[in-house]
Design a protein around this ligand. Structure first.
Ligand code: DX5
Ligand code: ZN
Length: 218
């Protein structure tokens, strides 16, 4: 499994997003948290900012939609040019259709589960999914404490993915830092979102390299 690091600009200065992207040019993705103040109790940014970011960076955008009605909004992010678009199981009403629309628009399809949402009911959907995102905090805010309670689900998800051919990426998001990334990698995650651990560091690029080394060595 190749380790990939996706720094979350939620922890960056929203008035300097282009600089924040440039500061992590050694990363694999730029993680963009779209929040609508309904699905989660926080409001961030939407499609116009994503469209501007696409022009401002060559990093592919990993758009994580924490919004109600992702069926309505997700395809537009893929059509705009996001490399990956992730919708939440708890919010999607027609996930098969929406995941297919994301792929049809040329992006990777992502499917996210909150900490208390089980993976097993979604096993039959794995063929529609390019990346499974397991939240390791309750979504809504950066800088929260990593929830160890999710580790057994990461292991079960990795086993399910292997049974289905091993192509699906397994992303973790929330509280991922030097102290927690090895646990996630050992459990089977291969794509790591990190907000505070990257943008809270004096040298974001060095933080990306350090996280990558820890995950690869786990
Ligand atoms: C939380 C977001 C995360 C957040 C992670 O709801 O989905 O992407 O930016 O931030 P850290 O790494 O600081 O927990
Ligand atoms: Zn996120």
């Amino acid at each position: 499994m190749a380790v990939q690091i996706s720094p979350s600009i939620l922890s960056a200065d929203f008035a300097r997003l282009a600089e924040a992207a440039a500061a992590v040019s050694n990363a694999d993705w730029l993680h963009v948290d779209v929040m609508d103040n309904h699905f989660v109790p926080n409001l961030t940014l939407g499609l116009p900012v994503v469209e501007s970011l696409l022009k401002a960076t060559s990093l592919p955008l990993d758009c994580h939609l924490m919004i109600e009605d992702p069926d309505r909004w997700a395809p537009a992010y893929a059509e705009a040019g996001a490399g990956s678009v992730t919708i939440h199981a708890e919010a999607a009403r027609a996930p098969v259709r929406t995941l297919r629309q994301i792929r049809a628009a040329g992006a990777r399809s992502g499917f996210a589960l909150n900490p208390a949402t089980a993976i097993e009911p979604y096993e039959d959907l794995l063929g529609e999914i390019d990346m499974l995102l397991l939240m390791t905090v309750e979504p809504g805010f950066g800088g929260q404490r990593f929830l160890d309670v999710v580790l057994p689900k990461i292991r079960r998800a990795r086993a399910l993915i292997e049974r289905h051919g091993g192509q699906i990426w397994l992303q973790v998001d929330g509280g991922v830092a030097a102290e927690t990334i090895e646990r996630c990698a050992e459990a089977g995650a291969d794509v790591f979102v990190a907000g505070n651990a990257v943008y809270g560091a004096g040298d974001p690029a060095a933080a990306v390299d350090a996280l990558r080394a820890l995950a690869a060595g786990a």
